[in-house]
Design a protein around this ligand. Structure first.
Ligand SMILES: *Cc1c(COP(=O)(O)O)cnc(C)c1O
Length: 403
């Protein structure tokens, strides 16, 4: 490889070139049946993805945003309720909460994992909420809004600390919707149940996105929910299809949030490769980890015991993030930032009344995080060059020189 070759952040071309004939066969099948919405290809994908997630039910949807939103609605979140999540996530998580009619309550993250800190969730539930003696409902002390659900986000492909979150949710009767949009196939060892559990199988509902850049990506927009609860699955099927189980008989007002059959067919083809792609991401993450060693000035991702992340992103932290990004860009290495502005500091959420200082961990890491190239086809020599350039920037001997 020429030492000057561009290293992309993500390669979406190679997998589609490799699978082109299988994907084109899906197009032909769909064109010839003209079954564009619903039908056997959607049902097949739902069966296969449910199996992959260790849940009996999967409902294919038009996006991950719909997945979180429909999950909350189906599970019973009402207009005016409060739903808890983190400020360090993609805005789709909170859009889904607002669009389900609920208020957003943020809980800060754990600095080691970047996921919801269960101790802070506990503090919020104990100190900022109370159980109303008349209704038995958990209310926010200030707003008096019923606090009814929590959305832990398995960010970057690593599961949140679900034992602790599920225990609190159980104690306070909260609905749990896992935002697993970045965590297809991620695993968490439940000490309580003494077994490994899959992302999307631990809460009442798991929400997935198949946006093209996700670990399992469609060739367009797509999403899904997974659940153990047949009744919830039935409700989400209704909500995705204008509130009807039978055509033109509408039990409720719903949405147009269906998965189309082309995308379902593409996803079934790609799902067969997901285990291999995940393994390749995990190997690439291990190589980064080994190459960085314990370099001073670079904080690499931490994997707690009992966590098997799927590395949707490989995120490191440095003091001078802008400087590092420029240094890498000059070396033709693409990077990303996930996410530069915490949600409570976004203009869109000014009306929530949060202020700087409210979520110190999120605010501390947001200016330091940078996502390095991560995709299944990433090669060892490309990673060595990335690490070389990062170490060079933080003033450590580069690999090529120290080796
Ligand atoms: C991608 C993503 C979503 C939304 O998925 P879409 O399919 O783009 O609607 C939601 N939450 C998180 C954490 C995501 O990364």
């Amino acid at each position: 490889m020429s030492s000057n070759e561009k290293i992309p952040f993500l390669d979406l071309v190679t997998p589609h070139v490799e699978l082109e004939s299988e994907l084109l066969a899906i197009c032909r099948q769909v064109f010839r049946s003209a079954g564009f919405i619903g039908g056997p290809l959607v049902e097949e994908f739902e069966r296969e993805f449910a199996k992959y997630c260790d849940t009996p039910h999967c409902v294919g949807l038009a996006s991950g945003t719909d997945a979180v939103r429909f999950a909350l609605m189906a599970a019973g979140v009402q207009q005016g309720d409060t739903v808890i999540t983190v400020p360090h996530t993609f805005i789709a998580t909170t859009e889904a909460i607002s669009q389900a009619g609920a208020h957003i309550a943020f809980i800060d993250i754990d600095e080691r994992t970047y996921n919801m800190d269960p101790a802070k969730l506990k503090h919020y539930l104990e100190r900022e909420c109370h159980v109303d003696s008349a209704s038995g409902k958990l209310l926010n002390n200030k707003t008096k809004s019923p606090v009814t659900a929590v959305v832990p986000v398995h960010l970057y492909g690593q599961c949140a600390d679900m034992d602790a979150i599920l225990e609190l949710a159980h104690r306070y009767k909260l609905i749990v919707v896992e935002d697993a949009c970045q965590a297809h196939g991620a695993e968490y060892f439940s000490k309580k149940e003494n077994r490994w559990r899959k992302a999307g199988s631990m809460g009442h509902v798991g929400a997935f996105s198949f946006y093209p850049g996700k670990n399992l990506g469609a060739c367009g927009e797509a999403g899904a929910v997974t659940t153990h609860d047949e009744e919830l699955a039935r409700k989400m099927r209704m909500i995705r299809d204008h509130g009807q189980a039978k055509k033109y008989y509408h039990d409720v007002e719903g949405y147009n949030g269906r998965l189309d059959s082309l995308q379902a067919g593409f996803l079934t083809v790609k799902l067969r490769h997901l285990a291999d792609w995940t393994r390749a991401r995990q190997e690439a993450a291990q190589r980064y980890h080994d190459l960085f060693g314990n370099a001073d000035g670079v904080i690499t991702p931490l994997t707690p015991e009992g966590s098997r992340p799927v590395y949707h992103l490989y995120v490191v932290r440095v003091q001078d993030r802008a400087g590092l990004q420029k240094h890498l860009a000059d070396a033709k290495i693409d990077t990303g930032i996930h996410y530069p502005v915490p949600l409570h500091q976004q203009k869109a959420y000014a009306h929530l009344g949060y202020k700087t200082g409210d979520f110190p961990v999120t605010e501390k890491i947001a200016p330091e995080i940078v996502s390095l190239p991560m995709f299944p086809q990433l090669r060892r020599e490309q990673q060595a060059r990335v690490v070389d350039k990062v170490l060079e920037f933080v003033g450590l001997p580069a690999l090529s020189r120290s080796n």
